[in-house]
Design a protein around this ligand. Sequence first.
Ligand code: NCD
Length: 337
Amino acid sequence: MQFAGSHILSVEQFARGDVERIFAVADRMEPYAHRRRVTRVLDGAILGSMFFEPSTRTRVSFGSAFNLLGGEVRETTGFEHSAIAKGESLYDTARVLSGYSDVIAMRHPAAGSVAEFAAASRVPVINGGDGSNEHPSQALLDLYTIKSEMAGRGRGIDRLRIAMVGDLRYGRTVHSLCKLLRLFDAVQVTLVSPRELAMPADIVEEMRAGGHQVVESDAMEASISHVDIVYATRIQEERFTSQAEADLYRGRYRLNQSIYTHHCEPNTVIMHPLPRDSRDHARELDDDLNDNPNLAIFRQTDNGVLVRMALFALVLEVVEQVDRHARDVNWYTARRF
Ligand code: NCD
């Protein structure tokens, strides 16, 4: 695809070569993300960051990625602080805010809303999550993490064995990740969820039609024994009509060190898009895994910055200029990665 000036709304817009291009650019962002070098390539550029749903890492990592490229960030968070609370349409908001920004990152609770906003925007829009539909930058950072974890084991993404566990119905990260995995060869996906929270049938059908093996199950332990990756997810309580309904499912699947030791192959990678629900009645990914070297959740969050820097560099077409506007940092970098 042509990245320059394009919206990034769905992973369905990528071919395998596009994903590989994004990952190659992400690799080149490492000295900047790891604070050994600074670049001013986006000096003067403005990111409009509009998050109409709770967000910590997606919002902050989009902002950090833009700052690390030398640009500035203007933030709108929550409907209550925006004119949408006065009845303004997405069309008008997009026309106005795209006049103040060079690129926009947006999250919104309604599926399809970011695409509707993008249609009216005068600058590229990156989808930071639209309801339970898609979360393309998360799927890219997840896949980038999978690629690097598997490389450490002498493997690639082709023929990956992955179990996705939890709320597969409303979890937009697993929707986008499944669609992205279709671009690779002979992936084996085990989908573990309560029957009511199963992966949407169209996503399952398209994976199978692409020659991938998909197994659906409601039993976690048996499903995580022969996989390379266990990808746990949170029950998306904000998509349920009541907390009581979400309570039916919270805590149904819990991965902890003892279950991992008894059921997983020794090198199985543990992933989660975060936030993990650490309250006692949930705990889908227990804190007792924190010292497990195969827990990749904070490598995922670190990789989010690299991948989002790559998206900005490609969409604003500065990839080849990044290093020309760079120098070493002035300060002592004590951070260890
Ligand atoms: C996810 C999201 O918002 O879809 N979080 C994230 O962006 N890393 C997952 C979640 O909220 O459970």
